[in-house]
Design a protein around this ligand. Structure first.
Ligand code: PHE
Ligand code: FE
Length: 279
């Protein structure tokens, strides 16, 4: 079914990255010299295909910020992106060898550092990648870090992650990440658009998420979302829709501790469980 959504921390196979390169905080320098001409070409082809699909499907904030990534005919250097990103919102990209554990991940986000996997998929993985690579992390996630409200949301998610970790509630919190930062939809001027990185970096799920009659789309509600399981190996069957990044930021301002407590006793929703009210 085309390009599979990327996976966060649930893969059973060993990660591809070389973690011996990483510092204690799991960051590592972007090994720019290691990229081959084929690697740059893979990035160029992925970028070009995906850019052409965005109009009418991607959030305007994302489309407007995409050129801030810089080079599209080769893999950008994190330092080049950082010059612009730091000025825009105070965020910085840091290299990582791949997926990293929860606490270092949340800690980086809480400090406005966004971990970007530095390696790129092989040409034979053009359509399908089981782990996030640099194309997903950079193209999917980084443009919206140029948006001040969204950028603040991601930092606050990191802070909330550290808190959830202490409360044993990371699973509930991670569903919020999944259904917003990875697979979120937004209504802009009455039109549905995608803002989640897992959608925006997927050639197939972009149109599917916005246009297919198959999945359900319901308004984002904190508790419903945190109770909803998700599928990592198919397109989503449920998408949660927001009206603005301000709304997202305000909805998540509350202290989650009592919410986790209350939700612990309640049943979960299956990833494809239907809601009476559609968005
Ligand atoms: N407000 C949440 C808490 O108190 C943290 C959070 C912020 C979670 C933003 C998700 C997104 O735990
Ligand atoms: Fe991601």
């Amino acid at each position: 079914m085309g390009q599979a959504p990327v996976v966060y921390g649930q893969s059973t196979r060993p990660p591809r990255g070389d973690y011996s390169r990483a510092n204690a905080d799991y960051t590592c320098p972007q090994d720019y010299a290691a990229y081959t001409a084929a690697d740059h070409d893979t990035y160029r082809r992925l970028y070009e295909r995906q850019r052409a699909l965005l109009p009418g499907l991607a959030s305007q904030a994302f489309i407007d910020a995409l050129p801030s990534l810089g080079a599209s005919d080769r893999i950008p250097r994190f330092e080049e992106v950082n010059e612009r990103l730091y000025k825009a919102t105070g965020w910085e990209l840091v290299g990582v060898p791949g997926l990293i554990p929860e606490v270092p991940f949340f800690t980086l986000l809480a400090n406005r550092k966004f971990p970007v996997t530095d390696w790129i998929r092989k040409p034979e993985e053009f359509e399908y990648i089981v782990e996030p690579d640099i194309f997903h992390d950079l193209f999917g996630h980084v443009p919206l870090l140029f948006n001040p409200v969204f950028a603040d949301y991601v930092q606050r998610y990191g802070q909330g992650g550290l808190k959830a970790q202490g409360l044993g509630s990371c699973e509930m919190l991670s569903r919020l990440y999944w259904y917003t930062i990875e697979f979120g939809l937004i209504r802009e001027a009455g039109q549905l658009r995608a803002y989640g990185a897992g959608i925006l970096s997927s050639s197939g799920e972009l149109a599917y998420s916005v246009q297919s009659p198959e999945p359900q789309r319901i308004p984002l509600q904190l508790e419903r979302t945190m109770r909803t399981r998700y599928k990592i190996d198919t397109y989503q069957q449920t998408y949660f829709v927001i009206d603005s990044f301000e709304q997202l930021f305000e909805m998540t301002a509350a202290d989650f501790a009592p919410i986790y407590e209350r939700l612990r006793g309640l049943p979960e929703f299956a990833a494809d469980e239907r809601e009476a009210v559609a968005a």
